[in-house]
Design a protein around this ligand. Structure first.
Ligand code: FNR
Length: 412
């Protein structure tokens, strides 16, 4: 109704309300490399297509005359109350879409009342994102580095910024065959974008120091060597604006090279989750589960939640639709832990269908990046508000008044 009343005064929304128009406008607002980075899928793109097609195979059966005068979108998740069943998916290198990057995402998500999952690959250190969020809920997404010191440091920092959970992304121990990015030689990472969590991290800075000077960066009395001090200053001073121009100087260059070497652990197994369990009391969710067997292993590993996701079709070409994976996994998890969903959500009806199939909440991915590209923080806010508004109208027009009522009985 806010959009309708604004219309009375001749104002239209600044981001298009239809998913396809939003995508078109968002892509148009980005530079060609940013466009390619955001829209690329793995290989032929068939997983992305499957993600979308799956939603069409499920149809909603609206119910009538059920008193929908009071509708409530709030949910309780891992002990917290959220205003709606939406979170922002962790999206790295947001500076490709807008210079305000994660700070704009934080402002927009906060204004829309949607919790933010902060990415390991953010363009802004998590402490600054948290400052922007204030007391608004945030989780931290972890890419598991092959350097235990970096993993531990990231987890401690996530605890310190009040993250409500750690989300371990399982599906990206290597980057997929992302054709559009490959054609640009993975430009974002080659330019040192999206590594702010690392350059701002003391454990990572030690690794950079070792690489540049071959030493630990500490004097016998524990004080940092002058070179280490220079390294820290260099990395922080040149972040983020001047950083990429300084890739020819030793510290920033070493930071990029070190990042590429330590970013992930390809030998990670289910057993390693126990290490993380011992490290922190925060709830642990695993993101990227598609197989029923892996859902069982995740439960056995004692995770506190599962995010069914195929990374928006960016990792495995020819894979099953994430929504089909959700449908298969729901009976296995059987309400033991919250089951979240992403990959392919483009409108309120998609949110509704994922909830009806058994998701506790969903993560919005690319659509908020389009909003970010079009209008910065306001664009993020509007996209998320549109999701909430559309879901509210979906509830009204299908005869449900709470999220719990959106179950499989509402599907054909
Ligand atoms: C992602 N995704 C992602 N996931 C993650 O765990 N850490 C990350 O840093 C990123 N970065 C990232 C960048 C971009 C540009 C995209 C499009 C995606 C995956 C993301 O969290 C989510 O799983 C997908 O975006 C869901 O797919 P759709 O709905 O956006 O197509």
């Amino acid at each position: 109704s806010r959009i309708y009343s604004a219309g009375v005064f001749g104002r239209t929304p600044s981001v298009p309300t239809h998913a396809d128009s939003l995508e078109r406008a968002g892509l148009k607002a980005m530079s060609p490399p940013a466009r390619d980075y955001v829209q690329t899928g793995a290989g032929s793109g068939s997983t992305m297509d499957a993600n979308r097609a799956a939603f069409d195979r499920h149809r909603i059966v609206p119910r009538m005359l059920r008193d929908v005068s009071r509708r409530e979108q709030s949910i309780s998740l891992l002990g917290s109350d959220f205003l709606s069943p939406l979170l922002t998916a962790p999206i790295g290198v947001a500076e490709m879409a807008h210079p305000d990057a994660d700070l704009a995402v934080a402002r927009g998500a906060k204004a829309a009342g949607v919790p933010m999952i902060i990415s390991s690959q953010a363009s802004v250190p998590m402490e600054q994102i948290a400052a922007e969020l204030g007391d608004h809920p945030r989780w931290f997404q972890l890419y598991w580095s092959n350097q235990p010191s970096v993993v531990e440091s990231f987890v401690r920092r996530a605890e310190a910024i009040g993250a409500g959970a750690i989300v371990v992304t399982l599906d990206t121990t290597v980057l997929g065959w992302r054709t559009l990015d490959l054609d640009r030689a993975y430009l974002p990472f080659a330019r040192g974008l999206g590594i702010a969590q690392y350059t701002s991290d003391p454990a990572f800075q030690d690794l950079v120091e070792q690489r540049v000077n071959g030493g630990p960066g500490k004097q016998p009395d524990g004080r940092p060597t002058p070179a280490a001090v220079r390294s820290l200053l260099s990395i922080t001073k040149h972040y983020p604006g001047e950083f990429r121009e300084n890739l020819r100087s030793p510290y920033p260059r070493a930071a990029v090279q070190t990042f590429l070497e330590v970013f992930s652990r390809t030998d990670l197994t289910w057993d390693d989750l126990a290490t993380l369990r011992e490290m922190t009391d925060l709830p642990i969710l695993v993101k990227g589960v598609q197989s029923v067997k892996d859902a069982r292993l995740a439960l056995e590993a004692g995770v506190d939640g599962i995010i069914v996701s195929n990374h928006g079709g960016r990792q495995v070409d020819g894979a099953i639709a994430s929504l089909d994976a959700l449908e298969a996994i729901v009976p296995v998890v059987d309400g033991h832990v919250p089951l979240l969903f992403d990959s392919g959500i483009r409108c309120g009806a998609d949110v509704y269908k994922a909830l009806a199939l058994g998701a506790s909440a969903v993560c919005i991915g690319r659509p908020y990046v389009y909003g970010l590209a079009i209008a910065g923080a306001d664009g993020v806010r509007e996209v998320l508000e549109h999701f909430r508004a559309e879901l509210d109208l979906m509830m009204a027009t299908t005869g449900v008044t709470s999220i719990a009522e959106i179950d499989s009985s509402m599907l054909a």
